[in-house]
Design a protein around this ligand. Sequence first.
Ligand code: GUN
Length: 314
Amino acid sequence: MPEHNAADVIRTGADGAHVIDGKVASEQVLAEVAEKAGALIAKGVTPGLAVVLVGENPASQVYVGAKGKAAKACGFHSVQHDLPASASEAEILALVDELNNDPAIHGILVQLPLPDHVNSTKVLEAIDPEKDADGFHPVNVGLLAIGSTERALVPCTPAGSLVLVEKAAAALGAKLDGMNAVIVGRSNIVGKPMVQLLLSKNMTVTVAHSRTRDLAAVVRAADLVVAAGSPRLVRGDWIKPGAIVIDVGINRIPGEGLTASGKPKTRLVGDVDYPAAAKHAAAITPVPGGVGPMTIAMLMSNTLRSAERVAAAK
Ligand code: GUN
């Protein structure tokens, strides 16, 4: 096993804040995945990940490219299927069926969003739950909801957020058991699975959202804040001194000045007002470089788990 020190994940930022470095944490996860993949390959099973991209959404192309690159770096068999934006729902379903039946493929990911004429729910539900690298299939959602965190394939962003929480708490000497956690956001992809993951660590979990009354007071009571709501919704002075802050938001907002090619500059911000929150938090994730890199690492981890299950059943 590679030797990893949780303290390596925390660095001191220019502002003196304790920054939770998602890049370092993701490299630790990827190193472990690559090592375990090597052991599996030696037994004759090469983990295989198939990513399906429909259309030419530039952001999706970048994400899918990064997923393929990470898979190859882990030693996986990695395939990408590009379908035109005009592909019919039936064509996409036929490809998913082919991948479900391909023994060389252990993880399937259909990149979202899909074109408007395609029913995304139908496509996601067509993926074999055992190969559901995104953890979006109702079988995996249900397994997580009943606390079967070992059997469920868990959505990558909340799974990666939990790894950051665990590493930050270990570095700070903080105990997760009984911790008061507030999740801001109730999406199926982040907020809801995060509830189950934090409950599995014996935290007391509150889910706040856009209709929550006195959101400031709710967040002020939290030892752990997971923000997955809307851009810069969580203000710095809401953070309890000593709290751990995980910012899941990635929002592009107008920046200052123009790029070299004369276009208005943009910048990425999270769902937390970082400069102000960093003054209060014991540790905080930056945007970018926090939760983002963990999502891809956990996708590799899910694919490895599926491949390990296939190898164990042989
Ligand atoms: N689009 C943006 N993020 C994701 C993700 O995590 N999974 C899938 N399938 N599509 C996405």
